[in-house]
Design a protein around this ligand. Sequence first.
Ligand code: NAP
Length: 302
Amino acid sequence: MYDIIIIGAGPAGLTAAIYARRASKSVLVLEALSYGGQIINTPDIENYPAVPHVSGFDFATKVYQQAEALGAEFVFEKAVGIKDSGSTKTVVTTENEYECKAVIIATGSENRKLGLDDEEKLVGRGVSYCATCDGAFYRGKKVAVVGGGNTALEDALYLADIAETVYLIHRRDAFRGDEATVTSLKQRDNVKFVFNSTVTKLIADKRLTSIEVTNKNGEADTIEVNGLFVAVGRIPENQNFAELIKLDEAGYVTAGEDCETNVAGIFAAGDNRTKSVRQLVTAAADGAVAATAAVKFADSLR
Ligand code: NAP
């Protein structure tokens, strides 16, 4: 029986583990893939206080090591459900069941797909959702990034150092992401902006060779590219808990700034809960808030 089980080892879950261990609670962190979550794909973090520059991988590794050194246990299994019997919660994974007093769901979100024919088939053959993972394969080649948020902007900037040409395709003419990154992109000669347009077709031989792009007037154009980096947002990974935990229409856990869900003793932290600002710093803040509440809940059961 653990005091607290944390589902997800991204910035929110890892911060929660640090706070819960510092409160001397036994902590199990369950993670389906590898530690770090979405931030691990960010080439350069520039907006975390006191850390002017750090790669997402280095940041995540440091937080993971910090949580582990404090005594948090890690098990790499996917959590597929939670059973609530009041004072005891059971977290069900694909392989085991684990009991605890309080649960923090910090599952983050997964990549949104464009929904185009052959999109899945072409992953690893020209289509990618991670510029830092796959960008190096496109040295001196032509690539496109689709999206208008911070991920797309940062991916385009990262790829501008590697690729010959980067087409940044956005469905509107105003970006959602930070102005500072847009300014940096405008200074790059090899970045071409394609506004008011969406990718409507993937054209491939064995690998992606070009994309069809259609503008808001319905005019289609073909752009030759070797790689397409899709950065059109994320979908919260809460489906496995939907029977027990109240979600909003978009699938986010309806938990406020106190991170409390509709079930006593179950908390939500990070990008998977309803909130207006989804940043590294707010994910870490959620981890602290959720862990503090979970510690209090666990103590109340003594
Ligand atoms: P996002 O902010 O939700 O942006 C998604 C973008 O994709 C939007 O520009 C959206 O267009 C576009 N889009 C959505 N569906 C589309 C579709 N089917 N076809 C074409 N375009 C589509 O997602 P994100 O960039 O992944 O960022 C997620 C969160 O993480 C944000 O809060 C972001 O600020 C944060 N983040 C922070 C950092 C950092 O702190 N350094 C780095 C990366 C991400 P519209 O604008 O028209 O809706």
